[in-house]
Design a binder for this molecule. Sequence first.
Ligand code: HEM
Ligand SMILES: *[C@@H]1O[C@H](CO)[C@@H](O)[C@H](O)[C@H]1NC(C)=O
Ligand SMILES: *[C@@H]1O[C@H](CO)[C@@H](O)[C@H](O)[C@H]1NC(C)=O
Length: 317
Amino acid sequence: MAQLVAAFFSSVLIFSLFSPGKSLSLNYYDKTCPYAESIITNAIKNAASEDKTVPAALLRLHFHDCFIRGCDASVLLSSKGSNKAEKDGPPNVSLHAFYVIDNAKKELEAWCPGVVSCADILALAARDAVVLSGGPSWDVPKGRKDGKTSKASETTQLPAPTFSISQLQQSFSQRGLSMDDLVALSGGHTLGFSHCSSFQKRIHNFNATHDVDPSMHPSFAASLRSVCPQKNMAKNAGATMDPSSTTFDNNYYKLILQGKGLFSSDQALLDAPKTKDLVSKFASSQEAFRKAFVNSMIKMSSINGGQEIRKDCRVVN
Ligand code: HEM
Ligand SMILES: *[C@@H]1O[C@H](CO)[C@@H](O)[C@H](O)[C@H]1NC(C)=O
Ligand SMILES: *[C@@H]1O[C@H](CO)[C@@H](O)[C@H](O)[C@H]1NC(C)=O
């Protein structure tokens, strides 16, 4: 009981700190930096044309940003002195493409110095990444501020790939996000790549009675075991989250229904009736998924945080 009460109050606390901002607006830069969005879109298009892994990286950066201290670009800050930043925390594998944000910021500073926040660049970059991958487009509310703090230790607040459905629900609800948001946003895993470490426990020594997680399709498990052996694994070994990993589509949900979700946290979406129904719905309707994804992205990217407009996305002013 005491535990329940404590859990309740801590979620109220986190929720009130990070409640969706009401100060964002669609026309925020219309007067102060009218070309802001096209400058950002250009920077991202240029980078993505050189490196196909850029869109996935940008989408994941925005998610990580929003889940720690709100969408305040804390994920972009560099470690300084004895302070180890989020970027250098444990779940940082595969966080990359920071240079793309730097390039956009440099261009923005030339046109309209001190106006566009790094947090807004991340939110717009995530939208552009989805569009460039064939996903839906949407108008991004803007006006976020950048934070002044980034701590590696706080990355433990991110949901882990080993999470169960109830742990996922708790992690999302602490940020004002629902089970519907959880299922729709998990669809971000239609893009990108994962290192073996994120699913290794599912394919070797799962538990005392099963070597492999029994919720995983046997042929899928066998293919993962061949790229991620228990020993002598290549440092960059891993698997794409979805065979069509540069195309934003609803294949992710079809795979889960076949027992081919990569992480426990993906496969766990079948473990509650409500989330299971949504997985089926999105697997059978690309349109339903696209609508829900847009709706939930706007919600996630409105979790507020910061205080200033950074001049350089890697350091506080
Ligand atoms: C539901 C909880 C979530 C968990 C537990 C989770 C976990 C992970 C993990 C472990 C990786 C692979 C890291 C690696 O091994 O390299 C990953 C990659 C990725 N995640 Fe998530 N994630 C979650 C939600 C999200 C959300 C909400 C989005 C965006 C809407 C997202 C977008 C991505 C993308 C695009 C990648 C690929 C990154 C790349 O290829 O560079 N994830 N996620
Ligand atoms: C990730 O964190 C480790 C330390 O935990 C650090 O050595 C490494 O440079 C970081 N990687 C990135 C891409 O920032
Ligand atoms: C191993 O995991 C399976 C599936 O989650 C479960 O049914 C089984 O009871 C577990 N075995 C042990 C010894 O925990």
